[in-house]
Design a protein. Structure first.
Ligand code: AMP
Ligand code: MG
Length: 349
């Protein structure tokens, strides 16, 4: 398949190019586009056949439901049984933005979207290109991250090209995404509002609006026997090709442990990538040292994380030794992605 790549201005999207993308969506084709979180792989969310193509292109397991993207709260009405008052309040505060809400689904939605669940995930992205594309398509756009399933999510168009070129119809290149991590998934259908996947909107952001909000146990605990409520969370995910180990604890202890392990591995002839931070990078004398961002600004780490993981792959490192961060604010989402990327390979020092 021929993949058309077009550059679109993120602040002032070219109407003709957006129209072209929208026509493809309407005719059941696949279009990758930027959002403020990561690049999404979009298809008409009301078209069973179109949405099925997403699973094929990504190699995504069928039991992992898709998020529908809308451009207004009004559009949610036809997709759900009802909009709870709480959801309206949350949407008022956080939409457009990196927050997905789970609702009871309506019968309009094809089963392939929800993976057969009674619920549906919906979000309004905070990105002009995404919003214009949804509006011009006139349908909700189903869009998971535009990567091959299991790989780090794409934060620039080049990542999408690497994974999906020749498998999809169009890639809209709107430059780098902002947050760099996927949206927070918030379930409002249970007894307590529960975060199923931590993301751009944090627990701390949500608490003042919904004080009883909690984190799903699978996010907090490391044990394997806790089955996440969000189907997608049970897979190894966001993973580089290299083996990865994440070190958690006091920063000084982390640095010491990584230095020691790097030394051993290098002596064994391995190529070692070290994912450091601005504050610690000068402490390492060996290995391929890359700072993922500043410990004083978790936003920089979230923004760079997937790109750094992909770059280590390009450099063909055998093993990535990564510093962990505190599980608070955006750190919760960062640690969740590091945990998945490493296949749960975490060492507490
Ligand atoms: P992705 O768009 O690939 O970043 O993944 C979407 C995430 O939302 C996955 O973790 C899904 O399991 C989750 N998700 C989508 N729909 C639902 C739903 N109805 N209930 C729970 N989680 C969902
Ligand atoms: Mg994904």
């Amino acid at each position: 398949m021929e993949t058309r790549i077009v550059k679109v201005n993120r602040d002032n999207p070219e109407v003709e190019l957006i129209k072209e993308g929208a026509e493809l969506i309407k005719s059941g084709k696949l279009v990758a586009f930027p959002t403020e979180t990561v690049y999404g792989l979009g298809a008409n969310g009301l078209d069973e056949e179109a949405a099925s193509k997403i699973f094929v292109a990504k190699g995504r397991p069928q039991d992992n439901p898709l998020i529908l993207h809308v451009s207004s709260l009004e559009e949610v009405k036809q997709l759900v049984k009802s909009i709870p008052k709480q959801a309206e309040i949350i949407a008022e505060k956080f939409w457009p933005g990196p927050l997905t809400m789970i609702f009871e689904r309506s019968s309009l939605i094809p089963d392939v979207i929800t993976a057969g669940l009674d619920t549906v995930a919906i979000r309004m992205p905070d990105h002009k290109i995404a919003l214009e594309l949804i509006r011009a398509s006139g349908v909700p756009i189903a869009a998971p991250s535009a990567n091959t399933s299991g790989r780090p999510s794409p934060t620039i168009a080049q990542h999408v090209i690497e994974d999906l070129y020749g498998k999809i119809d169009m890639i809209i290149d709107g430059g780098a995404t902002g947050v760099g991590l996927e949206s927070t998934v918030l379930d409002l259908t249970g007894e307590l509002p529960t975060i199923l996947r931590p993301g751009g909107v944090t627990l701390e952001d949500l608490k003042p609006i919904i004080p009883d909000v909690t984190l799903d146990l699978s996010i907090v605990k490391d044990e394997d026997n806790i089955i996440p409520k969000s189907p997608g969370q049970k897979y190894r995910h966001y993973a580089p090709k290299a083996h990865m180990i994440v070190y958690c604890g006091q920063v000084d202890d982390i640095v010491e442990a990584i230095k020691n392990r790097a030394k051993e591995l290098i002596e064994e002839g391995k190529t070692v990538g070290i994912m450091a931070t601005d504050e610690t990078k000068s402490s390492y004398q060996e290995g391929m040292v890359v700072s993922v961002g500043s410990r004083k600004d978790m936003g920089t780490i979230a923004h760079n994380l997937f790109n750094v993981l992909r770059n280590f792959d390009e450099k063909k490192v055998d093993i990535i030794l990564s510093e962990g961060v505190e599980m608070e604010d955006l750190g919760t989402a960062i640690m969740n992605r590091m945990k998945k990327a490493s296949g749960g390979n975490i060492i507490y020092v």
